[in-house]
Design a protein. Structure first.
Length: 288
């Protein structure tokens, strides 16, 4: 079965010199995936997310604020056309969900990432919360138990804020603490499960935490899984102190595939030069 890669060259059309959330995150991964021959890939360009889908997760005031040419914070500048880029990134998540609904496997490879965006605030490179938008869309489409599984090294505080106490939804996060943004130390609301990992935790222990989080995912018994796929727990990432290797991301993809539950994945973090190889390893796990 072909694995669909959802991307758009316009998502590499903005950036700032020296900023880690840069165009190379996508362009390098696209180049590597197009050159490899061991996976059967199809390619798709998504439409922007509809306002109705976005408003399940965000306020109308936040959408209006995205159009203003003023920076949100030091990490989240108001790039030209950032609202359009963010809508396309959320659209990629929705298209990945649609593929999962159809029994296919899909990976959304777009910028900007999203899991720090709260209902009314952009922060930490994130402008709209793509994975939360897609999870809420899945619930609206009739899926009874939708899980967001987030292995990005930074806690998805915005995703947690949006999904907290929402019926039929679970948020499961494995992330470094201490680390940005300093949240995610405790479980919340009966549906948000946090697995903090100390900086420099040896790789076998980090894998053990991933396994415990995967057990929590299984216990929820989801009928749809949205994966917030961050690769910044890699030992060579410049923004964190994780210890994982490419084989660990391949194991994550393989384990998600073996759950035999409809699932789709969205690129979140990962800022090392090896990001394309890490994405490829994860996709090989998903593909089997």
């Amino acid at each position: 079965m072909a694995l669909t890669i959802i991307t758009d060259p316009r998502c590499t059309a903005y950036g700032a010199r020296g900023h880690p959330e840069g165009p190379a995150r996508i362009s390098g991964a696209v180049e590597l995936l197009k050159a490899q021959e061991k996976l059967t890939l199809s390619w798709s360009q998504p439409p922007p997310a509809s306002e109705a889908a976005i408003l399940r997760a965000h306020t109308q005031e936040h959408l209006a604020r995205l159009e203003q040419p003023a920076d949100f914070d030091g990490d989240t500048p108001a790039y030209p056309d950032i609202a359009a880029h963010a809508r396309r990134s959320a659209g990629g998540a929705l298209q990945a969900l649609a593929a999962a609904q159809a029994g296919q496997s899909a990976f959304s490879l777009l910028r900007p990432p999203g899991h720090h965006a709260t209902p009314d605030r952009a922060m930490g490179f994130c402008y709209l919360n793509s994975v939360a938008i897609a999870a809420l869309e899945a619930r609206a489409a009739g899926f009874k138990r939708v899980a967001v599984f987030d292995f990005d090294v930074h806690h998805g505080n915005g995703t947690e804020d949006i999904l907290l106490d929402q019926a039929g939804l679970a948020f499961i996060s494995i992330h470094q603490h201490p680390g940005y943004p300093g949240t995610g130390l405790e479980n919340r609301g009966g549906n948000c499960f946090n697995f903090p990992v100390a900086p420099g935790t040896p790789r076998p222990q980090y894998r053990a935490v991933l396994s415990r989080a995967m057990d929590e995912l299984k216990n929820f018994r989801p009928d749809m899984i949205a994966v917030s796929a961050g690769f910044d727990a890699y030992r060579g990432d410049p923004l964190a102190q994780g210890t994982l290797e490419a084989e660990d991301f391949q194991w994550l993809g393989k384990t998600i595939r073996e759950l035999q539950v409809p699932a789709f994945s969205i690129l979140e973090g990962g800022y090392s030069a090896e990001l394309p190889e890490l994405v490829l390893a994860y996709l090989r796990g998903l593909d089997g």
